[in-house]
Design a protein around this ligand. Sequence first.
Ligand code: NAD
Ligand code: DAU
Length: 364
Amino acid sequence: MNAARDRIGSTPRLLVTGGAGFIGSAYVRDVLGRRDGTRITVLDKLTYAGRRANLALAEDDPEQAARLRFVHGDIVDPTVVDPLVAEADAVLNFAAESHVDRSILDPEAFLSTGVIGVHVLLEAVRREADRATSGARSSAPRFLQVSTDEVYGSVHEGWSRESDALAPRSPYSAAKAAGELLAMSYHATYGTDVVITRGSNTYGPYQYPEKLIPLFITNAIDDQPLPLYGDGLQERDWLHVSDHAKAIDHVLHHGDPGEVYNLPGEAQLTNRAVVAAILERLGKPWSLVRTVEDRPGHDRRYALDGTRLAGLGWRNLTDFATGIAETVDWFRDNDAWWREARSGAWDDYYRRQYSARLAASREA
Ligand code: NAD
Ligand code: DAU
């Protein structure tokens, strides 16, 4: 990896918001698992998608647990956020409502967390930077906003570069774009040390089973229909969660202030190809797949140019064939985890999202 200057030091105190979710918890497990002295406070609201169990591997290990603190709270609440930011060398904001289909059904929470929440974090970081300027603390905290390739909108050809215009097309991606723009405005106006990552579609263990890959794996395990939207020829660029987490950490330590970094997966596939890979690993038939009514405003294709990240010295470690096989096996071996996730309010969501679609479905 590149030997560029480390901008936050080797044993920082990190505030990780949304650290009980899919990618945030992978980040926490990975960083604590390095056993390099880094301390982490997780601030998480524990929405339907956030689960304390996602941190169990770290919390059950005494050496890691001593460097991990969990705070149950909301990033929109300054009384919770301010004292935590005051203790941090860097803030990594993973917290978000993250599912596009839910943003179509009910956008409000997306705006609250994605815009107001980001503002509350930025204000706290700005205050701490002022304290650093006045000598009340040794250095200003860095703010890393975890964003997404969806802010570019649907990319019909070519690969999105960081300088491309933002053209989000769902309430989810519009909220993510708003969060980014707010963060960049703090960099321009107040000199806040902001870096932004735009990751591509992420998959792997502990992903809440509403998203394509874990939904289709868990449905297929139970021989339930797999609801494929439209023609299934939409393209996504798949990034393994451990690579996503490690790339975020690389940008945190080495990224330039005020910069955006694409984090591509380098596995550009149609949804049909992804579903075929899942079924092959599980030994289940294609007849489970059903064509259903498309997602409104469905983005056809995302594709990221990774030149800037490569220039920072980062390379992904997991190829898609290996990653999808391990992911399928993880869900097959962790039945209790995903059955718990698919309980409670799950049935209502599933009915709302899929009942009418499946009733009118046809062979895929
Ligand atoms: P997730 O839904 O699994 O986890 C989100 C976490 O944030 C949960 O633990 C939830 O409890 C917490 N949270 C939500 N609102 C909160 C609030 N107001 N205050 C505190 N905590 C709150 O999401 P994920 O897939 O892990 O995504 C993490 C981040 O990465 C998001 O910002 C998302 O936009 C971004 N991202 C995701 C992907 C992907 O494919 N999953 C790809 C690129 C970027
Ligand atoms: O690209 C990054 C984004 O990837 C992240 O920012 C989001 O947080 C994350 O949810 C994801 O968004 P997508 O909308 O691309 O992911 P999802 O898993 O919902 O859908 C992937 C593709 O599969 C998309 O083309 C829609 C399709 N799909 C999805 C579901 C849930 C289906 O065909 N059927 C389904 O039931």
